[in-house]
Structures are given as C-alpha cells and as structure tokens.
Ligand binder design. Structure first.
Ligand code: HEC
Ligand code: HEC
Ligand code: HEC
Ligand code: HEC
Length: 221
C-alpha cells in the first residue's frame, strides 16, 4: 500500500496526536507593549498613544537598515571593536556600524532622542517630542543600555562571520549560525543575538544564555 506524501503526513499526525500535546512549549509570542521597548509608557517621553510608532511607520520612514523605520540614524563617529583594537580579531569588521545595528544605535548610543520620530501619528499631530535621550551608562549601578559611541567595550558587531578566518566558530546553515542565530548579509549585528520584540529570554535575547549557551552557539570554547 502506498501513500501520497500528504495523506501519509496526516496519518502520522493523527497517530502522534496525543504525543504532540506533550511537546515542549514554544517560545512565548512577541509582545512589545509589555517590554522596555514600549516608549509610550516610559516616563519623561512624549506619549503618542501607540507602541510601534517609536520605531516603525506605515509611510514615510527610512528605506534602509530596518523595515519601515521611523527614526533618523545617528551621525556620530564610532570606535569599533576591530583588529586595530584587538590583535586576535581575525574577521573583517566594518569601519562603522551597519545594517540593523544602526537602527538599535539610533536609541542605544545615547545621541538621538528616544521619542524623536520621522512621522508622527495623525491622531496627535500637535504633540512634539521631548528629545530625551537614553540615560548615561552607569557602571556602578549596572546600567549599560547606553552603549555610547565607543563600542570597544561591547561585543563586536558588523563582523563578517567566517569560520575560514577563525575555525573556533560553529558553521552557518541557512543564513543562521548553527541554524539558530540570524546573520545579516553574513554579518553579526545586534539583531543576531537580540530580538527587539521578544522578552522570553531577558534581555531580548534570541535564546537563553544559561550556561553561556548563547555564546557557545557561535564560539567553540
Ligand atoms: C524599539 C524599536 C522597535 C519597536 C518599538 C518595534 N519594533 Fe519592529 N523591528 C524593530 C527592528 C530593529 C526590526 C528589525 C529587526 C531585524 O531585522 O532583525 C524590526 C522588525 C520588524 C518587523 C519585520 C521582521 C519581523 O520580526 O517580522 C515587523 C513586522 C515589525 N518589526 C513589526 C513591529 C510592530 C507591529 C511593532 C509594534 C507592536 C514593532 N515592530 C515595534 C524595532 C522595533
Ligand atoms: C526607540 C528607541 C530604541 C530602539 C530603536 C531600540 N531600543 Fe533597546 N531599549 C530602549 C530603551 C528605552 C530601553 C530601556 C532602557 C532602560 O532600562 O531604562 C531599551 C532596552 C534594551 C535592552 C535591555 C532590556 C532589559 O530587559 O534590560 C536591550 C537588550 C535592547 N534594548 C536591545 C535593543 C536592540 C538589539 C535594538 C535593535 C534591534 C534596540 N534595542 C532598539 C530603546 C530602544
Ligand atoms: C554576540 C551577541 C550580542 C550582540 C552582537 C549584541 N548583544 Fe547586547 N547583549 C548580549 C547579551 C548576552 C546580553 C546580556 C548580558 C547580561 O545579562 O549581562 C546583552 C545585553 C544587552 C543590553 C542590556 C545591557 C545591560 O546589562 O543593562 C543592551 C541594552 C544590549 N545588549 C544592546 C545591544 C545592542 C544595541 C547591540 C548592537 C550594537 C548588541 N546588544 C549586540 C549579547 C549581544
Ligand atoms: C552570533 C555569533 C556570536 C555569539 C552568539 C557570540 N559571539 Fe563572540 N564573537 C563572534 C565573532 C564573529 C567575533 C569576532 C571573532 C574574530 O574576528 O576573530 C566574536 C568576538 C568575541 C570576543 C573578542 C575576541 C577577540 O579576539 O578580541 C569575545 C571576548 C567574545 N566574542 C565573547 C563572547 C561572549 C562572552 C559571548 C556570549 C555572551 C559571545 N561572544 C557571543 C561571534 C559571536
């Protein structure tokens, strides 16, 4: 007796019906509203009455680095974590941040107002931004959300991932390191380790770093 693929799959699913209920829970859904990325609930900022608008707009946003991006990018000059800083860096690091990292840094370098957006909602056209920026890094109080423009004390970003340049790294499958962490045009960017919409693994991590599992997804150490 032979099955077409479709009916075979359905038959197997039917047999496994009870087992599927015991499968491990999938990661919780994205939920920006209940995260630190909801600027509308942050004191000191202008509340436009929306959640996504601080980062995205349906019309008139940026055409680069992040989708429908409602923010201007910083014009700062950055110091990169590269091989002129660390002689053991073997991969190519861009001269300044690129791609989605620029979108993150449009708040996290502390130079652009958190509520300064390109297209304000039509419902509140008269509201103006406070212009307040990310509070200054404060090592004594373990506050590092303001990375500043000297990125040499931050994990390297805008790095062209290459196991040929350094074999102590796991391979890439389907554009993701170890099939898990997404590269952007082959590069490690902020979004490789973080998902800005999801708090399942605080702080916005793509997977838990328990036992340094996130680090070891890339580094063979
Ligand atoms: C704090 C900034 C920020 C906020 C707020 C935010 N996003 Fe995003 N969003 C981003 C960034 C950065 C990216 C690009 C991520 C990437 O390329 O990995 C993105 C990507 C996306 C994408 C495309 C990729 C994907 O994950 O599907 C969609 C769709 C999206 N956002 C929708 C939303 C919606 C809807 C909201 C509000 C409920 C929202 N975002 C709030 C920063 C934000
Ligand atoms: C619109 C401004 C804005 C953008 C854009 C933005 N963030 Fe944030 N982010 C914030 C604010 C505000 C906080 C909260 C800082 C604090 O603790 O007071 C934050 C917090 C975080 C935290 C710490 C979360 C925690 O639980 O402590 C991480 C990690 C983070 N952001 C990563 C990113 C990454 C990665 C991107 C780009 C993909 C990004 N952010 C884009 C404003 C932004
Ligand atoms: C290689 C992975 C990786 C990359 C790339 C990365 N991060 Fe992180 N980030 C982490 C991990 C892991 C933590 C949690 C550290 C901890 O718990 O002390 C973290 C923590 C943070 C925090 C919270 C800091 C604190 O302790 O208060 C912020 C904000 C943040 N990242 C933003 C960014 C931004 C913006 C970028 C890009 C410029 C970026 N990250 C790139 C792995 C990464
Ligand atoms: C997405 C993959 C990825 C993840 C996840 C990751 N790293 Fe890296 N890391 C890299 C790459 C790529 C480099 C640059 C290596 C090179 O050029 O030789 C790097 C560089 C470093 C360096 C600098 C090495 C030097 O020679 O100066 C350190 C230290 C480091 N990572 C530690 C960590 C730690 C700790 C974690 C977890 C919190 C982590 N990494 C997570 C990919 C990753």
């Amino acid at each position: 007796m032979s099955f077409r693929h479709g009916s075979a799959a359905i038959a197997i699913l039917a047999m496994l019906g009870g087992v599927a209920m015991l499968a491990p829970p999938v990661a919780a859904q994205d939920d920006v509203a209940n995260s630190k990325h909801n600027m509308s609930t942050r004191s000191g900022l202008t509340n436009y009455g929306e959640v996504c608008v601080y980062c995205h707009t349906p019309h008139g946003g940026q055409t680069q680095n992040a989708p429908l991006w409602n923010r201007n990018f910083s014009t700062a000059t950055y110091q990169m974590y590269n091989n002129s800083y660390s002689s053991t860096i073997d991969m190519t690091v861009d001269a300044s941040p690129t791609g989605v990292s620029l979108a993150c840094l449009s708040c996290h370098d502390g130079t652009v107002g958190l509520d300064v957006i390109i297209n304000r909602p039509n419902a509140v056209p008269s509201l103006t931004p406070s212009g307040n920026t990310m509070p200054t890094e404060d090592a004594a109080n373990q506050f590092f959300a303001n990375l500043g423009v000297d990125l040499r004390n931050d994990h390297p970003i805008s790095v062209a991932y290459s196991t040929a340049a350094d074999p102590a790294f796991n391979p890439v499958t389907s554009g993701k390191v170890n099939g898990e962490l997404p590269l952007y045009l082959g590069k490690v960017q902020c979004g490789t380790c973080h998902n800005p919409h999801n708090t399942t693994n605080s702080p916005f991590l793509r997977k838990s770093n328990g036992g340094s599992a996130l680090c070891k997804t890339c580094h063979i150490k």
